[in-house]
Design a protein around this ligand. Structure first.
Ligand SMILES: [Ca+2]
Ligand SMILES: [Ca+2]
Ligand SMILES: [Ca+2]
Length: 290
């Protein structure tokens, strides 16, 4: 046997030994559970409504929001708050003008409606790379939309008008504040979605019964600001220091969603500029891991 062959055999034995070693049970390490801030991002928002089909002009019960754990450890998402900001998305009616209350505030974000994931923080864990799909209605939406939300993680259920659908399997979010109608419809012209990590009891009423609640910007986990079109920048709801841009789809009832941009290594991009961080996509709830 040559010297070099002996060395190869020796190395092969060493590799095998190492392989056996790595098959052993890893020691039990304490699992680190992370808080949402810096670890949870909005991955996709589908708000525009379905392309008209099956004899219906307008269908939007298939709206959904998807949030993802971008960290390398589980995140505690029990109690996470999700809502939409007040304010119009652009010039929709002839008399619409930008501005008004509850927009462009450097200190607070405002929510027309606020929902909470039920449970204590550690009761709901989101594993690394996993996402949660929050449906307006957890249903197949067949034949009115190709967006199947039967496997959503949560749905929004509005009891008070008796017109919402409550799937028996998919759990409902808890409602903290509500100013909407029969169901939580976010505007098909372009909503601003806000994710907060804070005690829901500490949301402050910003005005009267039909006005929004507000939260300090320090509670913001992530935002997605969408407006009507590229000319609607004056209608931005969020202050530049919270979210410096906006995204838009090509129109209402186009079946388009907005989805988080990924970098070359597949990581979700977050620059707190929705114009740079989101792009128009085709809805794919729960299929976010490529
Ligand atoms: Ca619903
Ligand atoms: Ca339900
Ligand atoms: Ca962000």
């Amino acid at each position: 046997m040559s010297k070099s062959k002996a060395l190869i055999i020796f190395l092969a034995t060493l590799v095998n030994a190492c392989a056996v070693e790595s098959d052993a049970e890893p020691p039990d390490l304490p699992v680190v559970l992370l808080m949402p801030k810096g670890n949870i991002l909005i991955e996709e928002v589908y708000y525009s409504g379905a392309v008209p089909t099956a004899g219906i002009d307008r269908y939007y019960s298939d709206q959904f929001i998807e949030v993802m754990n971008v960290a390398d450890a589980p995140v505690k998402v029990g109690g996470l708050i999700i809502g939409d900001a007040p304010g119009i998305s652009g010039e929709i009616n002839f008399s619409d003008t930008p501005g008004g209350p509850y927009v462009n505030d450097p200190d607070y974000v405002y929510l027309s409606t606020a929902w909470r994931i039920p449970g204590e923080p550690e009761d709901v864990l989101l594993e690394p790379g996993e996402s949660l799909v929050i449906a307006q209605d957890a249903a197949t939406h067949n034949p009115y939309s190709p967006v199947n939300l039967l496997n959503a993680d949560f749905e929004t259920y509005v009891d008070e008008f008796g017109a919402d659908f409550d799937d028996a399997i998919v759990p409902n979010l808890e409602n903290l504040w509500y100013t909407g109608g029969a169901d939580w419809l976010v505007t098909v012209f372009g909503p601003t979605i806000i994710v907060l990590s804070m005690d829901g009891d500490k949301l402050e009423q910003a005005g009267g019964e039909y006005d929004p609640v507000r939260a300090p910007v320090s509670a913001v986990v992530d935002t997605m600001e969408a407006l009507k079109d590229g000319q609607s920048g004056d209608y931005k709801r969020l202050h530049d220091s919270v979210d410096s841009g906006f995204v838009h789809v090509s129109g209402t009832y186009t079946g388009e969603s907005v989805r988080r941009v990924r970098d070359d290594s597949g990581q979700l991009v977050d620059t707190d500029d929705s114009g740079a961080d989101f792009e128009v996509s085709v809805p794919n709830p729960g299929l976010s891991v490529d």
